[in-house]
Write a protein that binds this ligand. Structure first.
Ligand code: FMN
Length: 288
């Protein structure tokens, strides 16, 4: 009988969604009965999922400020108690440096309390959608590497291999604190500083697709409330790039960020900046 896996993910700008798709493809190849759920949809439509039907659960999220997105924390908080199901976590990030190693620490703690057994935790680098801009060549190289890492990861989880980070207490305290500040203060303030410029064509895409329902129309104008998750989706999905921040322009990648376009635009070009040097062994070794 084939194993049944439920995968739950959140993705702001599609990096995690693409990796989730790669995992789904690989698990199907391995004859796994796999079902994918978008946490955003579950929360916003109050969908009830029977978790007991799954032998194993996967959770995917981007790293935001060295931790999980607030939406993922909320979802985990409301999960029912488990009968000790096995859980694997994958998160996409700009880098796999050690300060990111506690990025699922908060949710792992909550899952443990609910009797879920997290046995696997892994970072997949997919490029940066804020602050630092990677070249498109490097993003493509990272995406290709993600493909082989996913194959390796699926092998590991089907063999129930343990793989966990063991961040020190000081790293845990520091990154949990920074992530809470990011969630509670920085994201809220950032959201409130957003505005739609005259380039706005009132297509309503930002209102419709904001995961926290932070954007609304008032007197014909796009308005932002205090509930931003800092996912950057409204900024990069806007067809006229009309959304910007009054104060935090530095967070926004200047040329925009569209991973699907970058990946679709295939070239054999290799990145030769200092970033590529930094990622050299990560790109070459599927086990990293
Ligand atoms: C607000 C914010 C904070 C981020 N913080 C980190 C971080 O601490 N470490 C990191 O490696 N990447 C960080 N990133 C980059 C994202 O984790 C990365 O681009 C991720 O793949 C985005 O996934 P998504 O497209 O599924 O949202 C951050 C991105 C955003 C928007």
């Amino acid at each position: 009988m084939s194993i049944k896996i439920g995968i739950f993910y959140f993705s702001g700008t599609s990096n995690t969604q693409l990796v989730t798709g790669l995992i789904e493809e690989e698990l199907i190849k391995q004859s796994v009965d796999v079902k994918i759920y978008n946490i955003e949809k579950i929360i916003n439509t109050q969908q009830v999922v029977d978790m007991t039907q799954y032998d194993m659960i996967g959770i995917g999220h981007p790293i935001y400020g060295f931790g999980p997105p607030e939406m993922v924390e909320k979802w985990v908080k409301h999960l029912p108690t488990s009968q000790s199901q096995k859980v694997f976590i994958y998160k996409t990030a700009a880098d796999n440096i050690s300060i990111n190693h506690n990025a699922s620490g908060k949710i792992i703690k909550k899952l443990k309390k609910k009797n879920y057994h997290v046995f696997y935790d892994r970072i997949i680098c997919m490029g940066s959608n804020w602050l630092t801009e990677y070249t498109h060549a490097l993003v493509r190289q990272l995406y290709d590497a993600a493909g082989s890492k996913v194959v390796h990861m699926c092998q590991d989880i089907l063999e129930r291999k343990n793989r966990l980070y063991h961040p020190s207490l000081s790293l845990r305290l520091l990154t949990n604190f920074l992530n809470t500040c990011e969630d509670r203060f920085l994201a809220r303030i950032f959201g409130k500083t957003l505005r739609a410029t005259d380039a706005c064509i009132h297509c309503g895409k930002c209102v419709k697709h904001c995961p926290s329902k932070n954007i609304h129309v008032k007197d014909g104008k796009i308005k932002f409330k205090w509930k931003c998750y800092l996912c950057m989706r409204c900024i990069y999905q806007c067809p006229t790039r009309a959304i910007t921040s009054n104060i935090f322009k530095v967070f926004i990648v200047k040329k925009g960020y569209d991973i699907r376009k970058i990946v679709a635009n295939r070239t054999n070009q290799k990145d030769n900046t200092k970033f590529a040097e930094h990622f050299k062994s990560y790109l070459e070794d599927p086990t990293l």
